[in-house]
Design a protein around this ligand. Structure first.
Ligand code: FNR
Length: 185
């Protein structure tokens, strides 16, 4: 059976480059993965006071995540870290204490930037949270998509065949990673 992968896109921008790359990865994924973008922009900002009566959006997000076998985090870089939307989604999923929906499921990260270092800072900051959340995170191949404005066509497709092949190799590795590290219930 195909493994269900929640794709989290850290940018809320309509024309987000990160979302465009995530969509291309979904197209390139092997049949062993069933990938779906789970939206995070609607989630109220995490506030511990709401834990006793959580907003519907939190409950629905936690349910969606708990129904998946693994995660792909597609992140832009904001001030050398992840966007607030991405961090909020991670925090919302991590609570209530002891009931984290991330616990023990495999993940992978791809970072995207118009800049030269491809969101390295965001990519590695995110790894720090995933260590704490016990998400085994794929280490190789690493994916830092730099100069993304040169990578994408206007319609969101990839310009260069080498990049397509890199993304194909990456998502095939994610499929193997998820297969190997899937949580056994
Ligand atoms: C940025 N940007 C940015 N880029 C980068 O490579 N490193 C960084 O630290 C930052 N910091 C940063 C902070 C904030 C608040 C914004 C709004 C932007 C630029 C960023 O990479 C660019 O806006 C991308 O287009 C964002 O990704 P999406 O929205 O295209 O997916």
């Amino acid at each position: 059976m195909a493994k269900r992968i929640a794709v989290l896109v850290g940018s809320l921008r309509k024309e987000s480059f990160t979302r465009k790359i995530a969509k291309e990865l979904i197209k390139l994924a092997p049949a062993t993965l069933e990938m779906q973008i789970i939206e995070i922009g609607q989630l109220p900002l995490y506030n511990q006071d709401y834990d006793e009566a959580p907003p519907q959006e939190w409950l629905s997000f936690r349910r969606q995540i708990s129904e998946t076998d693994g995660f792909l985090f597609a992140t832009p870089e904001y001030n050398r870290s992840v966007s607030p939307a991405m961090k909020n989604a991670i925090d919302v999923g991590s609570r209530p204490y002891g009931q984290s929906v991330w616990e023990g499921k495999p993940g992978a990260i791809i970072s995207v930037s118009p800049g030269i270092i491809g969101g390295f800072g965001a990519n590695h900051h995110l790894r720090q949270s995933l260590v704490f959340l016990n998400v085994p995170c794929m280490q190789q191949p690493e994916a830092y998509i730099s100069h993304v404005t040169n990578v994408l066509n206007e319609d969101g497709t990839i310009k260069n065949n080498d990049t397509v092949e890199f993304l194909r190799k990456y998502i095939n590795a994610v499929a193997k990673w998820v297969e190997t590290n899937a949580k056994r219930n």
